[in-house]
Design a protein around this ligand. Structure first.
Ligand SMILES: Cc1cc2nc3c(=O)[nH]c(=O)nc-3n(C[C@H](O)[C@H](O)[C@H](O)COP(=O)(O)OP(=O)(O)OC[C@H]3O[C@@H](n4cnc5c(N)ncnc54)[C@H](O)[C@@H]3O)c2cc1C
Length: 476
């Protein structure tokens, strides 16, 4: 009797990674078929744990020849269904490739493998008094994937997105070819910069695993000043908060300048929606600053005092606020052990969480938030919204963290519809969603310039002629 194609592929995968590192067992495939988000589960056909670059090259050659989809995966915490296989195929789990290959404490960069978690990276960096822009996400998630997907973290106010910290890359293309971009392409020992070469790293950043498997990443790291001071204020509305954040942001004294709505400040986020008590402010802000000396800290404090006073003179509802120690830890003890644990986000809700996560011009934050609030409350969901400045004040992250009951299909669909509605409002106001689930990608593409879509398709075709890399995610 002829062997089934699936069995032949399974054997071939086993010959590449060893039979203990590949499976088609249903219960394992099931575990990789869903995430926290509203995106519907779909099963991969195989789960493969690779440990070397050569194995990844062989897997890609096989997949390309057989036209089998490949989905790169590290921890699956992206809350956008980005690792849920649209068309089955090989779920390529890279978490065992978790070496910090080099930490150059003199030149301030590291070379890492895909599976290096935030927890592991932090342990190594803190030994050398260095730091990274930690997201408020699970410490088990990958530093590498976060940077590739334009993640944001506690230093985004100062240095921008984590993808802007990438200095070099090694990548296996969908054909199995090994390529390099940045300084490591010219001198294999040097991983310090993508510039002044053509910025080919852009072919792999923000592509959600649809253009190649990145196997090594150079990232900048930064010194950790000893004196931390978080300035906290509260106010009644987003208009006042935006004015304060714009004013303070102009002085560029913060590593992170973030505002959270009352609902996001609750642990856990209320689900279903519950009204805010009348005597509580609607918005809180954390301005995280680090200083080398007491004098430097005092200078920052002087600027902050001046900004608060200026805002109050304008008639703003901004007030200095003492924020509970436990909640402050979530801003400063990163990688987060507090808010970042998903149970704190969604334990009232039955395990589901999704977001309309966007980059939105700051001047539209109030307009978009006020619309989002109406939509979310109409759907019995909390307007648990966060706004964060990126490297200055002209635009930043505006996102709502939406817990929902994933056990119940109607409640999941309710959250999905509310989130898509919110997203349309933001796109109309000039915002762009990040780490977009397919539902968001469809909305983005509806509005896209035809030349943008045409270029995207051409580049995708060039890199991935058989459309095997995480197919369907770009919705083109
Ligand atoms: C409660 C909570 C809070 C969060 N807060 C934040 C936050 O503050 N900031 C933030 O940025 N994110 C946040 N996140 C999102 C998420 O944790 C991060 O984006 C995370 O770093 C993703 O890492 P991961 O290992 O889970 O990636 P995965 O989900 O495994 O992968 C993400 C994407 O990268 C692709 N990919 C993975 N490896 C490769 C590779 N080697 N080559 C090419 N493509 C690859 C995958 O195909 C997928 O498209 C939060 C998540 C949760 C649950």
């Amino acid at each position: 009797m002829l062997a089934k194609r699936e069995d032949i592929i399974l054997d071939e995968l086993a010959s590449i990674v060893g039979k203990d590192n590949v499976t088609a067992a249903k219960h394992i495939r099931y575990a990789y078929s869903y995430d926290l988000s509203f995106v519907k589960p779909k099963m991969p056909d195989y789960v493969v744990m690779a440990t070397t670059v050569e194995q990844i090259q062989d897997i890609m050659r096989l997949a390309n020849r057989e036209k089998i989809p490949v989905i790169p995966y590290t921890a699956g915490t992206n809350i956008g269904g980005l690792c849920i296989p649209e068309r089955g195929g090989i779920l390529l789990d890279l978490k065992r490739m978790n070496k910090i290959i080099k930490l150059d404490v003199e030149s301030h960069y590291a070379i890492i493998e895909p599976g290096v978690s935030h927890a592991k990276f932090a342990m190594e960096l803190y030994k050398h008094n260095l730091r990274w822009s930690w997201p408020v996400g699970p410490p088990s998630a990958s530093v590498f994937s976060n940077a590739l997907c334009h993640g944001i973290g506690g230093l985004s106010g100062r240095y921008g997105l984590n993808s802007e910290e990438i200095t070099s890359m090694e990548v296996v293309l969908p054909t199995g070819e090994l390529v390099r971009v940045g300084s490591c392409a010219i001198n294999p020992e040097e991983w310090h910069s993508v510039l002044p070469l053509p910025q080919l790293d852009g072919l792999f950043k923000g592509w959600l695993g649809t253009s190649g498997v990145v196997t090594k990443l150079g990232v900048r790291v930064h010194p950790l000043p000893p004196i931390l001071k978080v300035f906290t204020v509260s106010c009644e509305n987003m208009e006042d908060m935006y004015s304060y954040m714009r004013n303070l942001g102009n002085y560029e004294i913060c590593d992170d300048l973030t505002a959270v709505s009352w609902w996001l400040a609750q642990v856990p986020i209320p689900y279903p929606y519950k009204p805010k008590p009348d005597n509580e402010p609607e918005w809180f802000s954390f301005a995280t600053t680090f200083s080398w000396t007491e004098k430097e800290k005092q200078a920052r404090e002087e600027i902050w005092e001046m900004v608060v006073e200026e805002e109050q003179k304008k008639g703003s509802s901004i007030k200095k606020t003492v924020y509970p120690e436990e909640a402050l830890k979530a801003r400063t003890q990163l990688p987060s052990k507090i808010v970042g644990t998903t149970k704190n986000y969604c334990k009232q809700a039955g395990g589901g969480i999704s977001w309309p996560g966007t980059f939105t011009p700051a001047k539209y934050w109030a307009k978009v938030y006020n619309e989002w609030k109406k939509i979310l409350i109409r759907h019995s969901l909390s307007p648990s919204v966060r706004a964060t400045n990126y490297r200055g004040v002209h635009y930043g992250m505006l996102r709502a963290m939406i817990p929902f009951n994933k056990q119940n299909p109607e409640e999941t669909e309710n959250a999905r519809q509310a989130i898509i509605e919110c997203l349309r409002v933001d796109l109309d106001a000039g915002g762009i969603p990040y780490k977009p689930p397919v539902d968001f990608a469809l909305e983005i593409n509806k509005r896209a310039h035809p030349g943008y879509l045409s270029l995207l398709k051409q580049v995708k075709k060039l890199l991935d002629p058989n459309d095997i890399m995480n197919p369907g995610k770009l919705a083109i």
